[in-house]
Design a protein around this ligand. Structure first.
Ligand SMILES: [Zn+2]
Length: 384
């Protein structure tokens, strides 16, 4: 919508007056914001506050990449979406919220999954990329594409009560790979769907990302380049770690070996944060479990979730959280047939592996966990 990037209209002067009277922003700074093009990868927990604040601040062009649909479990933290948006595309919902806040923003929509095939093409037109992704594969992809194109990567990540933020891939600064050369082994770091996240935390971290973005555009202040800011919301402590550029970094080092984007799913071990693990031999479907319980078969149901999850809902299984299983395995009778479940089937698959190694032969994993049971067998059980 904005056509004139050389000056502000009278309406814009009034709208941004609290910026204009700051000498550090002023007319020159506000015009820099108006000319700036920022890409938000993700319109979720982190993308919500970033997009809302950047729009309010007067960023001229805001790109958003997201292919997801608003789900009711998103609303606890993804404040760009409302209750009435459940079932809509996140992108459409986000665009509407942005337009309501500031119709001057030119929003560019990318309703697609970010991949190695499209990332460079999408990033090319933007000055700064904001990483609001929730999985390692996309995080490495965003970083590498930023390094290859020489665009700053304003990074943030959240889990449970802890968050991180930094600015990577600037000309002389380190990149995400300088800090984390290798992704964690698949399954070691649970997703927010499995591990939970305090709804306010992405607000806290996203606002830090938005602040860093504005400072990069204005060219003022002290940026998070070379520093990893770590937020502990529970203790309300902010710590920082120096991050040095690694001369051996495959992406941004002196002799980079990474000259094009790779297969990030493979690099991170195919895992898919929110996806349910594929069914394997020995899996039991919720329907099968129901049928066998109704028939009076002797089945021992083992629930490997946490006690607070058991309080949300349970199907009367014996509760031993996955991490306690090694020391409490003696509570189980290896002669009985055991069906293990968790929320979605990931932790229970690990429990089944553990029990098989421990000599149990008659163990099954409930495919899809208690959420699948709630969906397909007993709708009275709440999904979470
Ligand atoms: Zn690097």
């Amino acid at each position: 919508m904005p056509t004139n990037n050389k000056s502000l209209t009278n309406d814009e002067v009034l709208r941004y007056s609290r910026h204009l009277i700051l000498p550090e922003v002023g007319m020159e700074g506000q015009l820099k914001l108006k000319r700036a093009k920022v890409l938000c990868v993700g319109a979720g927990g982190l993308g919500s506050p970033v997009a809302l604040y950047l729009a309010a601040a007067g960023i001229g062009t805001l790109g958003i990449v997201d292919f997801d649909i608003v789900d009711v479990t998103n609303l606890q933290r993804q404040i760009i979406h409302g209750t009435g948006d459940v079932g809509r595309s996140k992108l459409d919902s986000a665009v509407e919220s942005i337009a309501a806040i500031n119709p001057n923003v030119d929003v560019r929509k990318f309703e697609t999954r970010l991949t190695s095939a499209n990332a460079l093409e999408i990033f090319r037109d933007f000055d700064i990329v904001m990483d609001g992704t929730d999985n390692f594969a996309t995080r490495y992809l965003v970083n590498d594409a930023c390094v290859l194109l020489g665009k700053p990567n304003v990074y943030g990540s959240i889990f449970r009560f802890e968050g991180q933020a930094s600015v990577f891939a600037t000309k002389d600064g380190p990149c995400y790979r300088c800090l984390y050369p290798e992704p964690p082994p698949p399954g070691v770091v649970p997703s927010c769907a499995e591990g939970g996240v305090l709804g306010i935390l992405p607000g806290l971290v996203g606002v830090i990302q938005a602040t860093e973005t504005i400072k990069l555009i204005l060219g003022s202040g002290e940026s998070l380049i070379g520093r990893l800011l770590m937020v502990d919301a529970l203790g309300m402590r902010f710590r920082e770690l120096k991050v040095r550029k690694n001369a051996e970094c495959p992406a941004c080092g002196a002799h980079p070996t990474l000259t094009q984007l790779i297969d990030y799913e493979q690099f991170c071990g195919v895992r898919g944060q929110e996806k349910q693990p594929p069914a394997t031999i020995g899996d039991m479907t919720p329907e099968e479990l129901k049928q066998r319980l109704d028939a009076g078969d002797d089945l021992f149901v083992l629930d490997v979730r946490e006690p607070n999850e058991y309080q949300i809902c349970n199907i009367g299984g014996h509760l031993i959280p996955l991490n306690d299983l090694p020391k409490r395995v003696g509570e189980l009778d290896s002669s009985r047939e055991i069906v293990v479940h968790c929320k979605m089937g990931g932790r229970s698959a690990k429990a089944v592996d553990f029990l098989k190694q421990a000599g149990f032969t008659r163990v099954h994993n409930l495919a899809g966990g208690i959420n699948a049971w709630a969906e397909r067998v007993d709708p009275k059980v709440p999904k979470y």
